[in-house]
Ligand binder design. Structure first.
Ligand code: NI
Length: 136
């Protein structure tokens, strides 16, 4: 059930907000505010080391000695945290690996850090999301 409430905002701040939501293609202010609120709670779930979900993306050169093997090895060490892995051959040299992960926030962050730190990994990112249990 949706409930309505009104917000008082300085004119200048509202103008900035309207530009922000226009740039992000929101159809109305309510949806933009709902997303901001949810984002805050997702961030809090990560900070409180709750059960979360995320996506790790890695770009690496598969010619780098034993890198492919190490990427696989680390993932097997964390196999309980890995939901799926997709490997994309980007071009002749580079691979993109997209890993959907779940578990305690700190463990998922450790996994992302270990993969990103491997020599030859050119880009590593962790998109932090959440199972949303407290975000209905
Ligand atoms: Ni590849």
């Amino acid at each position: 059930m949706l409930k309505r409430f009104s917000i008082s905002l300085e004119e200048e701040l509202l103008e900035i907000f309207d530009e922000h939501i226009k740039a992000r293609s929101y159809s109305n202010r309510s949806e933009a505010i709902r997303d901001l609120i949810r984002k805050t709670f997702v961030k809090e779930e990560w900070e409180l080391d709750k059960q979360v979900m995320g996506v790790i993306s890695l770009v690496y050169d598969h010619h780098q000695h034993k890198l492919q093997e190490k990427v696989t090895l680390v993932q097997h060490d964390y196999h309980h945290h890995i939901v799926s892995t997709t490997h994309v051959h980007m071009d002749h040299d580079n691979c993109l690996e997209v890993i959907v992960v779940k578990g305690k926030a700190k463990e998922v962050q450790d996994l992302a850090a270990k993969l990103t730190a491997l020599k030859g990994v050119r880009d590593g990112n962790l998109a932090m999301s959440s199972t949303g249990k407290s975000l209905h």
